[in-house]
Design a protein. Structure first.
Length: 157
């Protein structure tokens, strides 16, 4: 009888764990099911404009249009030049008015967000990427996966 209770408890605990991570069991393998109804993270670099040159090394902030939402985990921006990565701060409200010159925002209704950056090296090209955790239907049991979106680059003065 005690063995039956222990087995029943193990099955129940496993079911709760799979439900908590949105996974279901089909046959003997867990699957993730349908993605939850949340917006897909997507950003566009607005300031400095992608491919811009002569950007001041004290630019101070990068501005984006789109959705950075942390639904499945922390979203972040990576600013890199070659093998060097520059720390970018957490997402925050953008300056108002937006710095100029900036890329023309798309017609997509989305908000603007910004990340602070330290003083950058002169005459250096920086690549900007958006890193986020997204729903991963092919990655049970966690049902999430890391994604990286290349947002463009710019060169400092």
């Amino acid at each position: 009888m005690n063995g039956l209770r222990g087995g029943l408890f193990a099955v129940l605990a496993c079911g709760v764990w799979l439900t908590a991570c949105n996974a279901t069991v089909v046959g003997s393998a867990p699957t993730c099911g349908q993605p939850p109804p949340v917006p897909v993270p997507f950003l566009s670099l607005i300031y400095p404009e992608p491919s811009a040159t002569n950007v001041p090394d004290n630019v101070g902030v990068l501005v984006f249009q789109g959705v950075a939402n942390d639904f499945f985990g922390p979203d972040s921006i990576t600013l890199s030049s070659g093998s060097t990565t520059v720390p970018a701060g957490a997402f925050t409200a953008p300056p108002s008015p937006l710095p100029t010159p900036h890329a023309t925002p798309s017609g997509i209704p989305a908000s603007f967000v910004a990340v602070p950056v330290p003083t950058l090296s002169p005459a250096t090209t920086y690549n900007v990427t958006f890193n986020y955790t997204d729903f991963g239907e092919s990655n049970p049991p966690s049902c999430t996966m890391m994604q990286t979106q290349n947002l463009g680059s710019f060169t400092t003065q």
